[in-house]
Design a protein around this ligand. Structure first.
Ligand code: FAD
Length: 423
């Protein structure tokens, strides 16, 4: 049996290609899949490839962190609807499905040699590699804001310490304090996410009686996901607390100063803000870009029938790093895409049966206690891209009972996807 020691070989400069395990072909030694990124796309792919191939495929998952904090439902943590422990998960059960979990950072994919190079120089040979590293932030996309300012003006758009920092900062906003969110341009991770977050900001202010406070959203977009539903909800639950400003109203963010908490737009200067949440422009995770899998958009083109990279037949790209046609960048999408990739890989490596690709997504957003809305669709490969075959969205004016049921669905979905990934 192959062990992890056999797979992780030598240090970069001295790891001769001849000493590496040779990629297998159908009918020979156990083929090997390396999965980069233990998030919504990567964990699902690793588990489904290993488990459904009955361990006929060797699967190594490379993840740099010991735990995975979901960004999904992190807004519910901000709002006080979940505790932090409930959005933190570990990889302990994956070996039981045949997944070898390696805690390491993948530096680059040597696609000519079909090897993943780790940050410490070790190399792992693969027959197929699955890349699901999520997003990177464009630190130069908001004038005056960069990595060195994220402590004072948090983004909390990648998981970890930033999420807890934003929660502490939100809870410390005084009555009368001003909150500004700088929303991201398209395309970005979780289209309704900023607006659900605004709802949670407003919920906390209202619950703690800080009704003299005010929240401004400086948005570079003319419109946003579920806009009518959010605006109806803000008007109903948080009247006077939330103000959304589109680009024609604010004329762009001209500068921010994290020391003084200042945001300058074309028309207005917001001084001494109690909290500025900067959600910058985004791009595919570094490993995907550095390995030549992204195009000029900063994201990775894929083949819609398989989630295979459009640039390399041995590489699959999933989730937020991809250009996935009509599908939004969501955990639901990444999980659904991972199952198509896993099926295709099992077909290619061990001759398992395959079916036409079918994808699905639903994004729920909590606006106020038991008042949740959703948007979603079913998707297929059509006209060279992932195309929506049907869509649905909550309606304005729905009954409280229906919204309560929608929130129950939301909680059920979270429990289900976590079990699907980590169970
Ligand atoms: P991720 O889940 O981010 O996983 C990437 C993993 O790769 C990470 O664990 C990272 O550590 C690892 N990694 C990256 N590079 C390397 C490397 N070089 N080596 C080793 N490891 C690496 N989606 C929903 O469906 N529903 C929601 O309600 C929802 N709410 C959201 C709310 C917020 C505030 C945010 C920010 C996002 C939300 N999302 C939601 C979106 C969802 O979190 C992402 O779309 C999803 O996580 C994308 O999955 P992924 O596999 O592409 O990336």
């Amino acid at each position: 049996m192959t062990t992890r020691r056999d797979i992780l070989i030598g240090s970069g400069a001295i790891a001769a290609a001849s000493t590496l395990p040779a990629p297998a072909v159908l009918g020979q030694a156990r083929p090997r899949v390396v999965v980069i990124g233990g998030g919504a796309g990567g964990v699902t792919a690793a588990k489904y490839i290993a488990r459904d191939s009955e361990k006929k495929i060797a699967v190594t998952l490379i993840e740099e962190n010991p735990n995975y904090q979901t960004c999904f439902h992190s807004n519910l943590f901000l709002g006080g609807f979940r505790d932090y422990a409930s959005i933190l998960h570990d990889y302990a059960k994956l070996p039981g499905h045949g997944v070898d979990v390696a805690r390491a950072r993948a530096q680059i994919i040597d696609r000519d040699r079909k090897q993943v190079v780790l940050a410490d120089g070790r190399r792992i040979a693969y027959d197929r590699v699955v890349v699901s590293p999520g997003i990177d932030l464009k630190y130069d996309s908001v004038p005056g804001w960069g990595k060195e300012h994220e402590e004072r003006m948090p983004h909390a758009w990648k998981p970890g310490a930033q999420t807890r920092l934003l929660k502490r900062r939100l809870d410390a906003v005084p009555n009368g304090g001003v909150i500004v969110m700088i929303a991201p341009p398209n395309p970005f991770r979780c289209p309704p996410g900023p607006y659900e977050r605004i709802s949670m900001f407003a919920h906390v202010l209202k619950r703690t009686g800080k009704t003299k406070s005010k929240i401004f959203i400086i948005d570079p977009k003319e419109s946003f996901s579920k806009q009518a539903l959010f605006q109806e909800g803000w008007d109903k639950h948080y009247k006077g607390l939330v103000e959304w400003l589109g680009p024609k109203v604010h004329d762009g963010v001209k500068s921010v100063d994290s020391k003084t908490g200042t945001v300058v737009t074309g028309f207005e200067t917001y001084k001494n803000c109690a909290l500025v949440n900067v959600i910058p422009a985004q791009m595919a995770g570094a490993i995907a870009r550095d390995s030549g899998l992204a195009n000029q958009t900063g994201y990775c083109p894929i083949l819609p029938e398989s989630m295979k990279s459009a640039l390399d037949a041995n590489v699959f790209v999933l989730g937020d790093s991809t250009i996935a046609g009509d599908m939004p960048k969501s955990a639901f999408s990444a999980n659904s895409q991972a199952k198509v990739a896993a099926m295709t890989i099992r077909g290619e490596l061990i001759g398992a049966r395959t079916f036409p690709a079918r994808y699905a997504n639903t994004c729920w957003s909590l606006i106020e206690t038991e008042d949740t809305v959703k948007v979603g669709g079913a998707y297929e490969a059509k006209d060279g891209k992932i195309t929506a075959s049907s869509t649905f969205i909550s309606r304005t004016g729905e009954t409280a009972e229906l919204r309560k049921q929608t929130q129950a669905e939301n909680m059920g979905w979270y429990a289900g996807i976590i079990e699907d990934m980590f169970g």
